[in-house]
Design a binder for this molecule. Structure first.
Ligand code: EPZ
Length: 449
């Protein structure tokens, strides 16, 4: 296990390039199972979660390999020979559950463990299961896993009670090969959903309306592999924008779709940062100590993204005034608050809201990451804090950020990655076990007709 060691209070300056979107490429890897021929994905970030998803596909019999010096990830599905996803991997990463729809569409049957993932909330799968049932599938609950079967998948009208990103993606992939028309209402509008739909269309799928609340899918008989470049990672981009603002620096964040970061740019402008947008990137400039407090509420896209809530909480901690931050997407995404308090942040929690009083004079401390975005927030706090900060739990951060310490170092940060010493390992939190409440919360009757 490793930790980041950071010496803070240094303004960042320079240019940083954003990698391809983790949350776009993960569903595309699952979608590659739908095709009869190989799919090539470009702009794929070299991340732990991409490795995990590749291992899931390999365990199912597909051939997955990096080619072209790492610039291309090629999935060859011809060897696909199993409808049973490897439980350990599915429990390790919730996104693995996205193979359910493609396996159901290919084999008419799938057995898969109940998903795991970050410790940011219960994260049920009821909307996924509701969609599978609507498309004609039967669901049986087993020991910590579920079995989904469908003799024939038929198009249906599906209303998602919540614009779930994963459930929307699951429907897009499954309905592509169903007979007839599927209409999804209250669908998620995230850019990653739009990118998945574009990839599926290049495979021969017939999808209209992605990026709006109503998506229409006309089933086809088969799909062919495609060549698709993923969109840039808007959450990685936002993380570096916050880093620039927090340290009172001036950074050009390259490889950004301005439309995708509108909410982030708007919030930073409200706080007094100078944002200049270009066709392929955004310049962020701020003066240390001159950021103003503001209120923030996370929402499904195009609202403010929950995946940047921890990072903005760190930023609001050093802004002048009192901010109210409300997390509406997940019910437990404040695990980073206790760690930020250890650095001097003044944050008071009231249910799903946090009242943040600034500016706090952050000072370095030993802090522990509990999930991917909390880890990023603690790194940002370390960049702004006086003195030395240690961020433990780097394995969480590696799930979603390519070479975070390298990119920050090139912007002038003093940050390094170091192994935990023997005596420290005893104090480190082991990677979170599969929460036993996962099985308990999905309260499905044994055989759901
Ligand atoms: C995706 O997760 C992202 N992950 C998450 O990013 C992101 O935070 C989330 O969307 C919201 O934007 C990937 O794309 C791989 P949801 P997902 O289904 O699909 C509830 C990161 O840091 N819900 O939109 O799991 C759920 O409990 C990760 O990169 C149900 O109630 O998110 C949650 O409260 C973290 N029933 C809310 O919806 C369901 O069947 C949003 O979940 C499904 C979800």
């Amino acid at each position: 296990m490793e930790k980041f060691v950071i010496y803070g209070a240094r303004p960042l300056a320079g240019r940083v390039r954003v990698d391809g979107s983790k949350n776009a490429v993960l569903p595309m890897l699952a979608a590659a199972l739908l095709a009869d021929t190989p799919t090539t994905l470009l702009e794929v970030p070299q991340l732990q979660d991409v490795v995990t998803m590749s291992r899931v596909l390999t365990a199912l019999g597909a051939d997955v390999r990096l080619e072209g010096g790492g610039r291309r990830l090629v999935v060859r599905p011809h060897g696909l020979n199993s409808f049973e996803a490897p439980a350990a991997l599915v429990r390790k990463m919730r996104a693995s559950f996205l193979v359910t729809g493609p396996l159901l569409a290919r084999f008419g049957r799938v057995r898969i463990a109940l998903p795991g993932g970050c410790a940011i909330g219960v994260r049920p799968i009821d909307l996924h299961l509701k969609a599978f049932k609507a498309l004609g599938a039967e669901i049986r609950l087993g020991e910590g896993c579920i079995e989904v079967q469908a003799r024939r998948l038929r198009g249906a009208r599906i209303y998602l009670d919540y614009p779930s990103v994963g459930a929307t993606e699951q429907v897009l992939m499954t309905a592509c090969l169903a007979e007839g028309t599927t209409v999804v209402e209250d669908a998620a509008e995230e850019p990653e959903v739009v990118d998945l739909a574009a990839c599926l269309r290049s495979m021969g799928a017939r999808i209209q309306g992605a990026g709006t609340k109503v998506i229409r899918i006309e089933g086809v008989r088969s799909l062919q592999g495609a060549r698709h470049a993923t969109i840039p990672d808007r959450i990685e981009a936002g993380t570096y924008m916050v880093a620039a603002a927090m340290t009172g620096g001036e950074v050009f964040v390259d490889n950004v779709v301005p439309e995708h970061i509108k909410a982030i740019s708007a919030k930073l402008k409200e706080m007094g940062a100078e944002i200049t947008e270009y066709s392929t990137g955004v310049q962020v400039r701020a003066r240390r100590g001159e950021l103003r407090a503001t209120d923030l509420k996370t929402q499904p896209y195009p609202g403010f993204p929950t995946d940047l809530q921890p990072q903005f909480m760190a930023l609001l901690s050093v802004a002048r005034g009192t901010s109210l931050l409300t997390e509406t997407v997940f019910e437990n995404r404040f695990l980073h608050v206790a760690e930020l308090r250890r650095m001097g942040a003044r944050i008071h929690l009231e249910g799903r809201s946090a009242v943040i009083q600034g500016p706090a004079d952050l000072s370095g401390a030993e802090v522990h990451a509990t999930d991917l975005r909390a880890g990023a927030a603690l790194v940002l706090a370390g960049l702004a804090a006086r003195g030395r900060t240690e961020v433990w739990g780097v394995e969480h951060v590696d799930r979603g950020y390519v070479d975070l310490e390298g990119k920050l170092s090139r912007l002038g940060a003093l940050i390094s990655r170091e192994p935990l010493r023997a005596e420290e390992l005893a104090r480190a939190r082991p990677p979170e076990p599969v929460p036993e409440w996962l099985g308990r919360h999905v309260t499905l009757p044994a055989a759901v007709k």
